[in-house]
Design a protein around this ligand. Structure first.
Ligand code: 5GP
Length: 131
């Protein structure tokens, strides 16, 4: 089982931002900015473009709802969507609230936020997602 499957199953703790039967969203453990969220399919697929067309469409619609929740919780110019997948072999979309293009430079130093702050960020996004 991939580390992200274990997260979606609750075997490894995460800061949950949104979920439904097929998809799960949680804070990146080393965010580029506050609100940096990962969205995954519960089904274990490494490469996003190996998802079936209809599943990919539902995944994107779910990510859109999460992005809107992030923007409501953390006002920003836009929420950037990035797919890399070089580190973890389980498809994931990065959603990053952006004040400028510098915020989506993956070479930037990552943040390491206290657990209480991570929880507060996730709770804020989750509350917006559930509205
Ligand atoms: P990528 O595979 O897109 O290159 O990067 C994987 C991303 O997942 C990184 O931004 C990294 O910080 C994040 N990540 C890796 N392991 C964990 C983890 O166990 N928990 C969480 N929440 N994020 C992780």
């Amino acid at each position: 089982m991939s580390i992200f499957s274990k997260i979606a199953e609750g075997e490894i703790p995460s800061y949950k931002c949104a979920e439904n039967e097929e998809f799960y969203a949680f804070l990146d453990i080393n965010p580029l900015v506050k609100g940096h969220t990962l969205v995954i399919p519960r089904r274990e697929v490494d490469y996003i473009f190996d998802l079936e067309d209809d599943e990919l469409a539902r995944y994107q619609v779910f990510a859109k709802k999460v992005a809107k929740a992030i923007k409501a919780a953390f006002p920003c110019i836009k929420v950037a969507q990035v797919v890399l997948g070089l580190e973890v072999p389980h498809a994931h979309i990065h959603l990053i609230p952006m004040q400028s293009e510098k915020d989506v430079n993956f070479s930037n130093e990552k943040l390491s936020l206290p657990a209480e702050e991570m929880q507060a960020i996730a709770d804020k996004i989750y509350a917006e997602f559930c509205k």
